[in-house]
Design a protein around this ligand. Sequence first.
Ligand SMILES: [Zn+2]
Length: 363
Amino acid sequence: MRPAPLLLLFVLAACLVRAEPASIRYNGLEYVSLDDSVARLGMRVERSIPPSTVMVKDGAQPVARFADQSRETDVKGLRVFFGDPVVDRGGTFYLSRTDFEAHLLPRLRPELCGAPPRVPHVIAVDPGHGGLDHGTENRALGTMEKTYTLDVALRLKRLLEAAGYVVVMTRETDVDVAKQIRSEIANQARADLFVSIHFNSLYPNTKTTGVEILSFPPRSQRSTNSWSPGEKDDSESREAPINDFNRWNTVLSGVMHRRLLDALKTGDRGEKFEHLGVLRMLKCPGVLVEPAFLSSESESVRLATAAYRDTIASAILSGIQDYAELVRRASPASVAPAAAPSVPPSATGAPVRSQPTRPSPGP
Ligand SMILES: [Zn+2]
């Protein structure tokens, strides 16, 4: 390891022995001071104009922006929805402890996420829908979501195998597979990572375009859509198996989001939460990507070209490789134990079960 990162980790270790961040209760949840929380990561908060927003800075670099009473944030240029709104109390911003631990920390300091999952070698690829379940359809072109999810998944499979990964497909033909069976296929194969591929729809709107990334919310947090007017709180009181990987689900969502946006140069619909049956029972980190809107006049035409579907598959491969690199950097072999403090997950937030690091013959 080079001396500079080692020094940085020692400095961070010193920061982490400081007192717990100041906290308050809000909406029945524990909230922690944003200033104190990011100070533990070696960062600081800067007040902005208007005063109802603040910026987190890493040195001179702005890395995250928060607005009072909002769940929508900007982290390193990506649109991200947190699980609970941020609140301003007398000029000090607070965010829920779960949001800090499970959503902000992994994006700002993935190397402090604690015991990492296995370096990915076996990748489960899940083409959404199939058989009688067509998914969404483009009414003008007569194209179906199930066709494109399988097409992109097969392109991704070829790319992954060429890069040395082992691929497990939840389907390879036009058949429907129950959601629980899809995660069971991944678990049976001891997959290290699960990527579900879907395409979005917003009829009667045919103008909206963009990338959307969905992950399973931590226990006690709601689906993003459940905050819409008239919707009910759908938070769950019990941990799901996928919740063992809350922090690494966030890391995975972030890299997929960035790679897809960079490659497709389309709108940013954000990273959101949903209690997805296909992710719930996973014993590895997992994410569901929606790279384009089949209901969009423009994106449906692009999606009908093999070149665009190749671009999507390549971007997902790059996301998997980025994730693998972050896991590798956080693994014990690459971080000296004395210099690798992790921020321990709290009882309310993001339990991270220690995973044995499987020797990886692959990439
Ligand atoms: Zn779908």
